[in-house]
Ligand binder design. Structure first.
Ligand SMILES: Nc1nc2c(ncn2[C@@H]2O[C@H](COP(=O)(O)OP(=O)(O)OP(=O)(O)O)[C@@H](O)[C@H]2O)c(=O)[nH]1
Length: 422
């Protein structure tokens, strides 16, 4: 690599098209960077915050316990019918450190007990939206601090929305909730207790849910597809996307299957439903997306699109306008185009100025020439007049001579007479 090219890249000022592709002479070691990143990540551990929203008894706690294979939620006491229930949606969060093959995950589950439990559930979304935005505010406040070394990210990275397995379509309360929250959180709709529906009912219910969502322009979380991904990963992702909304079954108990195995599931008089069996429900696909393939994506999307939009809206409302010129530096191609445009504008201005000066000089010269032309004409006229006068005088003299009259004018004689008289 030439020194200049190297220096340019170090400065970060070299435009992208100037990057020189070179083959290495031997092993340098940067191929190990992913391993360094891996080690650092494992040392630091991971964290993830998931929210569960849905009417009481739809199996939220059971599903979370099933997902993370831990009894995160202790069995709750179901209040007796006469027992007074709280009048508002409460927000409760549980954090647990879980470990798998030496990798630590700090998992926070935000529960919303009371949601959908009231006679009028119209505003049930409000305390949940307030909570999500309060978490964004807390992050924004940390970003604005002088010392940003220890940022705590409590933002909600995914919201599992539990849909009652009615088999009809979404209820107004579901639509209102998702409509209000889809710009603030990654919405992942799940059909709760899918074992209460037949396979055909699940297929039809999913179609109706998707058409309801499209009709109300609700954007649920879409797992991104990357072109560079290998075929297997692409197929895996497509498979996940096709299953949304996931029809799930939760169970943290092990049952005996008809073929003599032990599996997590639910036992019924007519047979067993295994939660980890893809033929029985979409639990495996949901877990795959949430934990195995898209956890970092969900965090990235929360930080990139959802939080960034909220932050912009918030700052604009506070009267802080974005100076877009600060981002121009980031794109070298755009920067070059901008510089070229500026340079061309400068050249055009110089050319216009030169043209103006030239025109001015031409005008001055023309004015001078016109003036000397006029002077010449005037002199010409004068000389012509003088000559004409001379010609007339000579004509006069000639006439006098021809008539024999004296050439001396009369005046001279009068003068002489006067002189004589004196
Ligand atoms: N049939 C069926 N029952 C389930 C499923 N998941 C949970 N249940 C049962 O439904 C009941 C309620 O489950 P929970 O997990 O406590 O429901 P929840 O949504 O957390 O309820 P709240 O804590 O009141 O909000 C329990 O008896 C579970 O055993 C499921 O997938 N299918």
């Amino acid at each position: 690599m030439s020194h200049d090219a190297h220096q340019g890249q170090l400065d970060g000022a070299a435009p992208a098209q100037n990057v020189i592709q070179k083959k290495l002479g031997g092993f340098v070691g940067f191929a190990n960077l992913p391993n360094q990143y891996h080690r650092r990540s494992v040392r630091k551990g991971f964290h993830f915050t998931a929210m569960v929203v849905g009417e009481s008894g739809l199996g939220k706690s059971t599903l979370i316990n099933t997902l993370f294979n831990t009894s995160l939620y202790a069995k709750k006491n179901v209040p007796a019918p006469h027992h007074e229930r709280p009048q508002t949606v409460a927000i409760e969060s549980i954090t647990a450190d879980i470990e798998e093959n030496g990798v630590r995950l700090r998992l926070t589950v935000v529960d919303t007990p009371g949601y959908g439990d009231f006679i009028n559930n119209e505003d049930g979304w409000k305390p949940i939206l307030d909570n999500i935005e309060a978490r964004f505010d807390a992050y924004l406040e940390q970003e604005n601090r002088v010392n940003r070394q220890k940022m705590v990210d409590n933002r909600v990275h995914a919201c599992l929305y539990f849909i009652e397995p009615t088999g009809h379509s979404l209820k107004p309360v579901d639509i209102e909730f998702m409509r209000r929250l889809h710009t603030r959180v990654n919405l992942i709709p799940v059909i709760a207790k899918a074992d209460t529906l037949t396979d055909d009912e699940v297929v039809q219910f999913k179609a109706r849910i998707l058409s309801d969502l499209a009709h109300h322009r609700i954007e649920i979380y879409q797992a991104p597809q990357y072109e560079l991904e290998d075929e297997e990963t692409l197929a895996e992702n497509e498979e996940i996307v096709r299953k949304i909304p996931f029809a799930v079954v939760g169970s943290d108990t092990v049952v005996a299957t008809p073929d003599g195995r032990q599996a997590r599931g639910r036992a019924y008089p007519w047979g067993t439903i295994e939660v980890d069996n893809e033929d029985h429900c979409d639990f495996v696909k949901l877990r795959q997306m949430l934990i195995r393939t898209h956890m970092e994506e969900l965090k990235e999307h929360t930080n990139g699109a959802l939080y960034e939009n909220y932050r912009t809206e918030k700052l604009l409302a506070m009267g802080v306008a974005q100076d877009h010129s600060v981002f121009k530096e980031v794109n070298p191609a755009a920067k070059m185009a901008e510089e070229r445009a500026l340079h061309e504008a400068k050249l055009a201005k110089m050319e216009a100025e030169m043209k103006m000066v030239f025109q001015q000089k031409v005008n001055e010269k023309e004015a001078k020439l016109k003036q000397s032309e006029e002077e010449l004409y005037a002199r010409h006229r004068e000389m012509k007049e003088a000559l004409e006068k001379q010609r007339i005088d000579l004509e006069e003299k000639k006439r006098r001579l021809e008539q024999g009259r004296p050439l001396t004018p009369e005046k001279q004689q009068t003068k002489k007479k006067g002189f004589l008289r004196a």
